[in-house]
Write a protein of this length. Structure first.
Length: 97
């Protein structure tokens, strides 16, 4: 999330996305830009953690209050597949004898 990085469109033609978060912090901006190109995964994770600290705690620019979740129950003899996108490939499930 960078200044002007809203996914909303510019409906009134003023060159600025309508809606979105109207907040900026130079340290946050620098951390996220540098983390985006950092090759070391541990260092990149630390940089994003620092940026998250600024976004959620220091400036309290957003409050993440809801995460999409779902509970599922499966018999122990069913081997399920899970994907990162949430779409399950039922044809890849198997039954353990």
């Amino acid at each position: 999330m960078h200044v002007g990085g809203s996914a909303n469109t510019d409906e009134n033609g003023d060159g600025i996305s309508d809606g979105g978060l109207m907040w900026t912090n130079p340290t946050f901006e620098q951390l996220t830009r540098e983390a985006a190109v950092e090759k070391d995964p541990a260092k990149r994770q630390d940089m994003y953690a620092q940026a998250e600290e600024i976004l959620v705690w220091t400036d309290a620019a957003i409050i993440p209050i809801y995460f999409y979740t779902r509970n599922t129950v499966t018999k122990p003899y069913i081997n399920r597949t899970f994907s990162l996108s949430g779409h399950e490939a039922l044809e890849k499930w198997s039954i353990t004898p």
